[in-house]
Design a binder for this molecule. Structure first.
Ligand code: PLP
Length: 450
């Protein structure tokens, strides 16, 4: 299960010289469909487990088509009352379903990377204002230093967001984590105690490999004791909060100052949709607002989407989210998230029985990581084995998975996050991996013998 053609082959197909003469619209679309098909990744398939990607539910895709067909600019309520009102409603529903402070502001962005950029920009302004520095007016040159704390297993996108904001990756203070990638609140407290001045702490809900959650209660206590801003990268983990059986994982997350979560992951909204949620709307607006005489002035109870995100002209990104939540309802989201996590546990439990396969994480959410080979094989050889199993399952065509590094091992990463996946799909998945592993380990034995 993979694209028939790779990037360079697709480039050869598409990369013709700029046409001088045009062609009929229908022919353009037919040609696009014909040419494009072979290079499509089966992201919307129920057994696509690559990276952490949702499956674009048909209802949200249809809503997204309407966004494009309506041709609205969602920058401000006066330019598109519909786009602004739908977004405002979707924002309210998100705060309700996540049970986060209802007064928080929600910016609709392209994804968690930009969401962190937006929320951390609000954090930067707020923290510096507390020590008498107006960062929005005077910038960062000569500003007091903000100490930034991240876990040692932070997602790479958070470091990028920090870089865009002028914090610099090298200046970030890394906090110890445990074997699942959870931040140590004790180590955080120690490191905070060693620094004077404004502090920004970034925690995580849903570590990209293990799905682990930081101990938010304890982390929030440290944040409070240090008058720090607490941001949570919850790109997919915040959805756990919706399901009663998973809700305890997020205990204390509501104490943070900002959160980022994706719609294009667990909500099955098409790319690109993420949400930057900031407890203090004024901090967010100060960092993002665009003002000009020709733009409407801020008006009470009137949402102008561009006041909360970096863009002015933008698509009505809230519309597919509105459609997804309308279609699923709270109960549908609970059912989907719980089912995915149950199936992840099922896949892990079955594969844990197979000699030579080690489940490397506690499967608390939807992420499963697998090591292939014995301890005595050594990490280098185990990487060869994992890559061979990944290639084999992809060739066999029943599932798609990808690899990654975790604690010095190359692992197969399985992210159960495709809307329609069923129990039957989970069985097909374990059989596919078991069979690929049996093939790869047999070759290994044959090679060793011969
Ligand atoms: C934990 C975490 N944070 C941030 C991101 C970045 O999200 P996006 O690709 O939507 O920008 C991801 C993506 O997988 C993630 O898993």
């Amino acid at each position: 299960m993979k694209p028939q053609l790779d990037y360079l082959q697709m480039l050869a197909r598409f990369g013709v010289p700029l046409p001088e003469a045009g062609m009929p619209d229908c022919d353009v679309i037919d040609e696009l469909a014909d040419l494009g098909e072979a290079g499509l990744m089966p992201v919307t398939h129920p057994r696509f487990f690559g990276w952490v990607m949702g499956a674009s539910a048909p209802v949200s895709v249809a809503a997204d088509w309407m966004v494009a067909a309506w041709g609205q600019n969602a920058a401000m309520h006066s330019a598109s009352p519909t786009a602004a009102a739908v977004e405002e409603t979707a924002a309210r529903w998100l705060l309700e379903i996540f049970d986060l402070p209802r007064e928080a502001a929600v910016g609709f962005v392209t994804g968690a990377t930009l969401g962190s950029f937006v929320a951390l920009s609000a954090a930067r302004g707020s923290l510096l204002r507390r020590v008498g520095w107006d960062c929005e007016a005077d910038g960062l040159f000569g500003a007091p230093q903000v100490h930034v704390f991240v876990s040692d297993d932070v997602h790479a996108s958070v470091l990028s967001a920090l870089r865009y904001l002028g914090f610099g990756e090298r200046r970030v203070i890394r906090v110890d984590t445990d074997d699942q990638g959870r931040m140590s609140a004790d180590d955080l407290a120690r490191r905070c105690a060693a620094c004077d001045g404004p502090k920004l702490i970034i925690a995580q809900a849903g570590q990209i490999n293990t799905g682990a959650f930081d101990p938010f209660d304890q982390v929030a206590q440290v944040a409070r004791a240090n008058d720090a801003w607490l941001h949570v990268d919850a790109a997919f983990g915040l959805w756990a909060r919706v399901a009663p059986d998973l809700h305890p994982l997020t205990k204390g997350i509501e104490l943070a100052d900002s959160w980022v979560v994706d719609g294009h992951k667990w909500l099955q909204v098409p790319f690109d949709t993420g949400y930057a949620i900031v407890r203090d709307p004024e901090a967010l607006e100060r960092s993002m607002a665009i003002t000009a005489s020709y733009l409407p002035a801020k008006k009470a109870n009137h949402r102008s989407p561009s006041q909360l995100v970096p863009e002015l002209s933008r698509r009505g990104r809230g519309v597919p989210t509105w459609a997804a939540l309308k279609s699923l309802g709270r109960s549908g989201v609970i059912e989907m998230v719980s089912r995915h996590c149950r199936l992840a546990r099922q896949i892990a439990a079955e594969l844990a029985q197979v000699p030579g396969i080690l489940v490397m994480n506690d499967v608390v959410l939807n992420q499963v990581i697998l090591r292939f080979g014995k301890q005595s094989d050594g990490a280098e050889w185990r990487k060869v084995l994992a890559e061979a199993v990944i290639d084999r399952v992809i060739e066999d065509g029943h599932i798609f998975v990808a690899g990654g590094a975790w604690r010095g091992e190359w692992v197969m990463r399985i992210s159960v996050i495709s809307g329609p996946i069923s129990t039957e799909d989970a069985y097909i998945t374990t059989n596919a991996i078991r069979s690929a592993w049996s093939h790869v380990s047999a070759i290994q034995r044959d090679d060793a013998a011969g």
